[in-house]
Design a protein around this ligand. Structure first.
Ligand code: AMP
Ligand code: MG
Length: 344
C-alpha cells in the first residue's frame, strides 16, 4: 500500500496577533524605525530568516539573545551592504576578503575576522573576532541601505530548533513567546538557499570552515587555496554555535540508510514520518515526506520538511541520509545534528 501522504501542509497559524507579519517591500521604513528604537526586526535573507538589530545597540543585542534563548557565548553574524562596510568592523585588513567577496558576495559565505575594538563585546559573544557577510536578498539589501550601520542577525528560530525559511515559520515560533509581542516580521517569501551560510574562519592559516553551508569547500578553495574543514561538527571552542544538537524538531529523530530504514519500518509499532528520497518505498500508515534529489531544491525544502514532520502527528522522524558526497555535505551535517541526542 502507498504511504498515507506525501508532503503534508503545515496547519494554519493559530494567531498572528502576537507578531506582525507584513509584506516586506512596503514596510522598510517601519522596519528602520523599529531598529532605530532598539526593537528587533525579522528580515528575510537568502539563507534563512534572521532576527536583526543594530550591531552597535547593546540593549537590542541583549534582547535578541533573550528572545531566542541563545547562549551568551554564541556570537552573531553582522550583515553589511557591501565589502566596503566590512573594514570598520574589523581590526586591520585581510588579503583574502576582497577575492572572497568578489567570488561569493552577496551570498551565503560568512567570514570570521579579528573584531575592531569599537564592536561591542555583546555582539560577538565576548570573542576577539567578528563574523560578517553580505546577504543576497533584495529585502535584506534594502534594509541595509536604509539603516545606517551593520545589522547583527542570528537565525530567527528559538535556540537549538529548526531555522525558519518562511515568515509563517517565524510567526509560529514566536506566537507564545513573552517579549515577542508586536515583533515585526518582514515577509519576503520562502528563502532561496534554505540553509545557513558557510562560516569560514580567516583568523587562522590555512582558513578553516567552521560551519558547512551552501558555498562549498571547493568554491572557497578555488579562491584561497587549501583550507581546513571541521570534520566532527561539535567543536564548541571554535564555533560556539555549532553545538552537536541543532536544527532539531521536537519529535525524536534517527538517521538511516535505505536498508536500515526498511528494517526499522518493518518492526515499527509506532507511527513514523520519513524524510527521504522520492523513490523510497514507505508503506502506510507511515508517512513519507519526499526530499528532492537535486541539492539546491533539497536545501530549499529541508527545514520546511523537518517542520512538517514535527507537526505531522507521528511519534518519531526517520531521515534517510543523502549520499556521502561533497555536494550533500551541508545537508548531511544538518540532518546529523538534528538527530543528535539532547545535550546534558
Ligand atoms: P546563526 O546566527 O544561527 O546563523 O549562527 C551563526 C553561526 O556563526 C554560529 O555557528 C556562530 O557560532 C558562528 N559565529 C558567529 N560569529 C562567530 C565568531 N566570531 N567566531 C566563530 N563563529 C562565529
Ligand atoms: Mg541558528
Amino acid at each position: 500500500m502507498d504511504a498515507r501522504c506525501t508532503n503534508v501542509m503545515p496547519p494554519p497559524l493559530l494567531s498572528r496577533g502576537m507578531v506582525q507579519v507584513v509584506s516586506a517591500a512596503e514596510h522598510i521604513d517601519q522596519a528602520v524605525a523599529e531598529l532605530a528604537s532598539g526593537r528587533p526586526v525579522v528580515m528575510p535573507t537568502e539563507t534563512v530568516y534572521g532576527l536583526a538589530v543594530s550591531t552597535f545597540d547593546v540593549s537590542a543585542i541583549r534582547r535578541v539573545y533573550e528572545l531566542k534563548g541563545r547562549p551568551q557565548n554564541n556570537p552573531l553574524i553582522a550583515h553589511v551592504g557591501s565589502v566596503a562596510d566590512v573594514w570598520p568592523l574589523i581590526d586591520g585588513t585581510h588579503p583574502l576578503v576582497e577575492p572572497l567577496a568578489d567570488a561569493c558576495w552577496p551570498g551565503p559565505l560568512t567570514l570570521v575576522l579579528p573584531a575592531a575594538p569599537t564592536v561591542p563585546l555583546e555582539a560577538i559573544g565576548g570573542r576577539p573576532t567578528i563574523a560578517v557577510r553580505v546577504p543576497n536578498h533584495p529585502i535584506a539589501q534594502a534594509l541595509l541601505t536604509a539603516f545606517p550601520g551593520p545589522l547583527s542577525a542570528p537565525s530567527a528560530n528559538r535556540s537549538g530548533l529548526v531555522s525558519p525559511t518562511t515568515a509563517e515559520h517565524v510567526a509560529h515560533d514566536y506566537m507564545d513567546i513573552d517579549g515577542a509581542e508586536d515583533l515585526l516580521v518582514l515577509d519576503g517569501g520562502p528563502c532561496d538557499a534554505g540553509i545557513e551560510s558557510t562560516v569560514l574562519d580567516l583568523t587562522c592559516d590555512p582558513p578553516r570552515i567552521l560551519r558547512l553551508g551552501s558555498v562549498s569547500s571547493t568554491t572557497i578553495s578555488e579562491v584561497v587555496g587549501p583550507i581546513a574543514e571541521i570534520a566532527v561538527p561539535n567543536q564548541q571552542a571554535n564555533a560556539p554555535g555549532t553545538a552537536q544538537r541543532h536544527y532539531a524538531p521536537r519529535i525524536p529523530v534517527q538517521v538511516h540508510s535505505p536498508t536500515s530504514l526498511k528494517h526499522d519500518l518493518s518492526d515499527a509499532i509506532d507511527l513514523v514520518v520519513v524524510i527521504g528520497p522520492t523513490d523510497l518505498s514507505v508503506a502506510a500508515p507511515h508517512l513519507h515526506l519526499q526530499i528532492p534529489d537535486d541539492v539546491t531544491l533539497a536545501s530549499r525544502m529541508l527545514y520546511r520538511l523537518i517542520r512538517q514532520a514535527d507537526q505531522s502527528g507521528a511519534d518519531r522522524l526517520a531521515i534517510v541520509l543523502p549520499p556521502a558526497e561533497t555536494k550533500w555535505a551541508a545537508i548531511r551535517d544538518r540532518l546529523v545534528r538534528a538527530s543528535a541526542p539532547p545535550m546534558q
